[in-house]
Design a protein around this ligand. Structure first.
Ligand code: SF4
Length: 273
């Protein structure tokens, strides 16, 4: 059933974790979203677009365009506020002085019969250290406990160990050299920091390997028993799990999906396989 599936990402793994049926519909059957993911739909869509645009603004700044020039492109209230917060953030002053900045970089490594792929907002290389930054435009600041167990936190750090040697003079980073930071554009003084250790890396990579094997041999993708996951799910109508969409602020935490189809495999820095 998974013969056509070549890649796994933090989003697809999170979907598999939350509901195998959602994983099947989204990544194997490639079904278009039949239901509104959250309410109010238009406002949520605008917020998502602004979030994507904010990522582009930061990227422009990181490749060397002066902040004043980039700031002129922040034309909505949300974008202006997020940009001001970014420019003034003391917690981000560390990386702004570094030279080894890799914005919007994609890494990949073999994982069973798949490639594990992740697109990073920023990997900042300092002396003996690599910090992964991820920009979030959430309306709510999620708890660190929730972030800690998300597949994004686990995949991004593990994959940098596995496939980041070319960013470190051909020497793989050790887990202890890696930290992940979520920076929240609406909560600029409350970033979440997740350092890494060798035992965590082993646990993560073992879990990823097991999950990839499970997905490879799966013949059935059951619906989740946790019906609360369905409130924000765009496939509610396929599953008979309600018509009304959930609240947008909760939905953006639960259903963030990146489109792997956008990734250009020619540009992926990866270890050979
Ligand atoms: S509606 Fe519920 S059961 Fe159906 S795919 Fe979504 S999360 Fe899974």
């Amino acid at each position: 059933m998974t013969e056509q599936l070549r890649s796994l990402s933090q989003s697809s793994l999170q979907d598999y974790n939350d509901c195998p049926r959602r994983f099947e519909l989204r990544y194997i059957q490639h079904l278009a979203y039949p239901a509104v993911e959250s309410e109010p739909a238009l406002e949520n869509e605008k917020h998502q677009q602004e979030g994507e645009y904010f990522h582009r603004l930061v990227q422009q700044h990181l490749i060397g365009i002066p902040a004043e020039q980039v700031g002129k492109l922040a034309k909505t209230d949300n974008l202006q506020r997020w940009w001001e917060n970014y420019v003034n953030a003391k917690d981000l002053s560390g990386f702004k002085n570094l030279t080894g900045l890799h914005a919007e970089v994609t890494l990949s490594a073999p994982l069973g019969k798949f490639r594990l792929v992740a697109k990073y907002d920023l990997i900042a290389i300092g002396e003996n250290k690599a910090t992964i930054y991820d920009w979030k435009t959430y309306r709510k600041r999620p708890k660190n406990e929730w972030l800690h167990i998300r597949w994004q936190t686990r995949v991004y750090r593990a994959l940098l160990v596995q496939a980041g040697a070319h960013l470190n003079g051909a020497k793989p980073f050790t887990p202890e050299q890696i930290e992940m930071v979520y920076w929240f554009a609406d909560f600029p003084t409350e970033p979440a920091h997740f350092p890494y250790k060798a035992d965590q890396y082993k646990r993560d990579w073992d879990a990823l390997t097991t999950l990839a094997e499970e997905i490879t041999s799966a013949s059935h993708f059951p619906k989740t028993d946790d019906v609360s996951k369905c409130s924000y799910c765009p496939y509610r109508s396929y599953c008979d799990r309600g018509i009304r969409a959930g609240d947008a602020a909760d939905a953006e935490l639960e259903t963030a999906a990146e489109e792997l189809f956008d990734i250009n495999f020619e540009q992926i820095g990866e270890i050979a396989f």
